[in-house]
Design a protein around this ligand. Structure first.
Ligand code: PEP
Length: 241
């Protein structure tokens, strides 16, 4: 299966951040894994410009969230069709920051994932347990319930990102055994051809060992995707699965 190394820039990046994409594109031109897809999800304001400027590069662009309907009276929202029109290939849905900051439920996440598919793009559907749930030994149950309620019923392509909430932006990661257990569990609950990404404090220093785990088919990377110097070694590690 081709790996997917996806960068989530969150609410970071201005037009000048183009230089980081250009630096990554240059590095990838010199050497890049043939069996790895590379994606950057910048703020929505930058998707169209990046998709146009880097149309010749082996980097795809995506959104970080979308509304479930194609258009309408929803001030400030962006639809999956608008991301498609801007040149996006993927949209992240159900990121834990969306679930926490905007109270998004599993049912809404599923509607958003279906919207992304409707627009002809690929959803990256995020799931993951909180620190308290991990400590209580309920991580598998929590993620199992999220999968049951948030995954679209489809034979189309979608991606699952397992992101333990306590590992996002903290520098903490689960043990390799815990990642292997969770990814094996997710695999047993979904199709064989669905890519399952790990996300949560992936860095150049730990990417190779995480990406070598069975059923880890790529990474969703926050902080370390902002600088080409950090993201490029993770992209290279994606080719070594
Ligand atoms: C994320 O935002 O999805 C993420 C995994 O962040 P970080 O890599 O910074 O932990």
């Amino acid at each position: 299966m081709r790996a997917l190394i996806a960068g989530n820039w969150k609410m970071h990046g201005l037009a000048a951040s183009r230089c980081e994409v250009a630096a990554l594109a240059d590095k990838m031109k010199a050497s890049a894994p043939a069996d790895c897809d590379v994606l950057i999800c910048p703020p929505a304001t930058l998707v169209a410009a990046f998709a146009k400027d880097f149309s010749g590069a082996a980097i795809q662009f995506g959104g970080q969230d979308c509304h479930a309907v194609p258009s309408g009276a929803h001030t400030g929202d962006i639809s999956a069709e608008m991301f498609a029109d801007a040149g996006a290939a993927f949209v992240i849905v159900g990121h834990s920051e969306r679930r926490a900051d905007h109270g998004e439920s599993d049912a809404e996440v599923r509607l958003k994932a279906e919207a992304v598919l409707r627009a002809g793009l690929t959803p990256i559907i995020c799931v993951g347990e909180s620190e308290a749930e991990r400590k209580a030994g309920t991580a598998l149950d929590v993620v199992g319930a999220q999968l049951e309620r948030s995954l679209p019923e489809t034979s189309a392509d979608f991606v699952i990102a397992y992101e333990p909430v306590w590992a996002i932006g903290t520098g903490l990661t689960p043990t390799l055994a815990d990642i292997a257990e969770m990814h094996g569990f997710i695999r047993s609950n979904t199709r064989k051809d669905v890519r399952i990404l790990y996300g949560g404090s992936v860095k150049p220093g730990n990417a190779t060992e995480i990406l070598a785990i069975d059923n880890v088919n790529g990474a969703l990377v926050g902080g370390a995707s902002l600088k080409a110097d950090d993201f490029y070694p993770i992209v290279m590690a994606g080719g070594k699965q």
